[in-house]
Write a protein that binds this ligand. Structure first.
Ligand code: AMP
Length: 300
C-alpha cells in the first residue's frame, strides 16, 4: 500500500484508526523525527514496520528545542526524499504538521521539565533544549496514540522508536514515559554508522571533507574504550581524551563514562581497575560549524 502524508493531528488519528481496522491490526509503531532522513532513521522505520501492523513516522522540525535561530533556519528540510525513503521501508503514514498545527497559540506556556537529567551534558551547552524536545515528544506521542480499539476489541499496542545515538534524549524519554504514565512502550534502536565509523546525523552534510575525516576521531576514541571494556582492562579515559585532543579540527566539549540511566559519571570505574558492569561512553565535540554527539554502550 502506498504511503500517505497527513498534516493535521485529526487526520493522523483518523487514518491511524482506519488503517488499524483495515489491516485487522493490533499494534501501532510511531517514529518521531525531524526529517532530513538517512539510513539511521530508515533503520528505526524498518524496526517499527517489522514489529507493528501499522507504522507512522512524524517529521517536524521543532522550533522550541533550538536555542539558536540560525541552527533552526539552516536545519535541512527534504520532505520529498524523506517520503520516498519511508515508502521504501513500508511505512504507512507520515505526519508532517506545520508549526501552527503543533503550537496553535504560539510558544507553549506549560512545558515538560526535564529536571536535573536534562541539565547535564547536552543540556549544559544547550539550555532549554531538553524541555523543548520532551514537550514536543509528549505532544507527538499523544497525537500518535491509537484512537480506536484493536481488531480483537482490546487496546492496540503502542510502541515508539528512538535512536541510541541520542542517548540523553532516550534516557529522558524513558523517564518521562515512566514518571508521567504515558501508555507507550519505548524501543531503543542501536546507532547506525557510516562504514568508517562516523555516526549518521542529519548535520553531517555541513562537514567539509577535511572536517568529516577529523570527526572520525570521536568514534575511534569510543571504540578504544569499548575494546578495553571488552578485554576487562582499565578504561584509561585520559588516553582516549588525549587521542581526541590530538586532532586540531576537533574542539572537545565532554567525554566521559556514565551510568546509562542516570548519566552520572562512573569515574571510579575508569582508571586503574578493570572495567566491570554497565556503562555508556559519551562524547560531544564541535567540528567546524557542526556540534557532533556520539556514544557507545559498555558492557563487561
Ligand atoms: P532526529 O531526526 O535527528 O531528531 O532523529 C530522529 C530519531 O532518529 C531519534 O530517535 C534519533 O535518535 C534517531 N537517529 C538519528 N540518527 C541516528 C543514527 N545514526 N542511528 C540510529 N538512530 C538515529
Amino acid at each position: 500500500m502506498a504511503i500517505k502524508l497527513v498534516t493535521t493531528a485529526a487526520e493522523l488519528r483518523a487514518e491511524g484508526a482506519r488503517l488499524l481496522k483495515e489491516e485487522g491490526g493490533s499494534s501501532l509503531g510511531f517514529v518521531p523525527t525531524m526529517g532530513a532522513l538517512h539510513s539511521g532513521h530508515a533503520t528505526l522505520a524498518r524496526t517499527a514496520v517489522a514489529a507493528n501492523d501499522v507504522t507512522a513516522v512524524s517529521i517536524f522540525v521543532n522550533p522550541i528545542q533550538f536555542g539558536d535561530a540560525v541552527d533552526l533556519d539552516r536545519y535541512p528540510r527534504t520532505l520529498e526524499a524523506d517520503m520516498a525513503l519511508l515508502d521504501a521501508e513500508g511505512v504507512d503514514l507520515v505526519f508532517a504538521p506545520s508549526v501552527e498545527e503543533v503550537y496553535p497559540d504560539g510558544q507553549p506556556l506549560v512545558r515538560v521539565t526535564s529536571g536535573p537529567l536534562g541539565e547535564k551534558w547536552e543540556g549544559a551547552s544547550r539550555p532549554g533544549h531538553f524541555d523543548g524536545a520532551l514537550t514536543v515528544v509528549a505532544k507527538l506521542l499523544h497525537y500518535g496514540l491509537p484512537a480506536g480499539p484493536a481488531a480483537d476489541g482490546g487496546a492496540a499496542a503502542y510502541r515508539a522508536y528512538f535512536g541510541q545515538k541520542d542517548a540523553q534524549q532516550l534516557a529522558l524519554v524513558r523517564r518521562m514515559v515512566a514518571d508521567l504514565n504515558f501508555p507507550v512502550e519505548i524501543v531503543a534502536v542501536p546507532t547506525v554508522r557510516a562504514d568508517d565509523g562516523l555516526a549518521l546525523s542529519s548535520r553531517n552534510r555541513f562537514l567539509s571533507a577535511e572536517e568529516r575525516e577529523a570527526a572520525l576521531v570521536l568514534s575511534r576514541a569510543l571504540r578504544l574504550l569499548e575494546q578495553r571494556a571488552n578485554a576487562h582492562e582499565p578504561l584509561d579515559l585520559p588516553s582516549a581524551v588525549g587521542l581526541v585532543r590530538s586532532q586540531p579540527l576537533v574542539e572537545l566539549d565532554y567525554f566521559d563514562v556514565v551510568d546509562p540511566r542516570t548519566l552520572d559519571p562512573l569515574a571510579e570505574n575508569c582508571q586503574d581497575t578493570p572495567f566491570r558492569g554497565e556503562g555508556l561512553a559519551i562524547i560531544a565535540a564541535k567540528v567546524g560549524p557542526v556540534r557532533l554527539i556520539d556514544n557507545i554502550p559498555l558492557d563487561s
